[in-house]
Design a protein around this ligand. Sequence first.
Ligand SMILES: [Fe+2]
Length: 263
Amino acid sequence: MNILNAQQQFKNNGLISFENLFTEEELKNLASDFSGIKQENFSVRWGDKSFEPLKEKLLNYLKKKNIYNLFEEYFGKDFVCYVAQYTQIKFENNSISDEELVNKGAETAFHHDNIGNRLKFNILLTDINEDANGLDYALNSQYPSKLDKTLVKILNFFGLFKNYEKDLLRNLKRKYIDRKKNNFCEENKILKKYKVIKMYGKRGFSYIFDTNGFHRRAIPKKNLEGERKLLTYYFLSKKKFDFFIKEAYLKRLGKSDNVQKKN
Ligand SMILES: [Fe+2]
């Protein structure tokens, strides 16, 4: 596929995957920053001393492999990579119903990540087959409807819902009428409306997805043994990073007084 087709497909679907983007040596180099980590979930964030070299290492690979421009196309020139995360979780089997998962807001129920259009870049460090804890993704579910966009524009005029990129009407109905977790959705509704694809593969399989689209950690149908090791990098447009994230991160570092919130 040429790069223009790839960009278009990525924009339409909210997801793009790569079989063999990295050599084994490159994978080892990326994973080396997390060697010796015992926690299930460990992340290094924007502002942390160790974050910059670790981020640059990934971005250099992405530039070399012509993947960087996919992020530029998605966000415009100004975007920020702000988290590098390492997860190692034992395969988990769900015996509880989808309804319960949705009600309690489990990662294994369909949801969006409640921050608008944000990209995550995942790199598998272990083999994952179809029945393991990969990712289920509802294609083309990452943008709100025209009606939602128009309503948000009107509300913006009154200073409300700044940088709101989620589906407005569905979220409001879920929150105030259904009294459910607004960013979660029942499986049957997702399957009726969207084509869902499964992300799994061998070590090194990687994919970028928009967390504003509906997704869930896949649920194995049978008991499995093993674990999923995964590298994840978070990306936002600079405008949204400054609006939603920067101040909280600076506060964490004890530097909040320097920050001017920008729209
Ligand atoms: Fe999520």
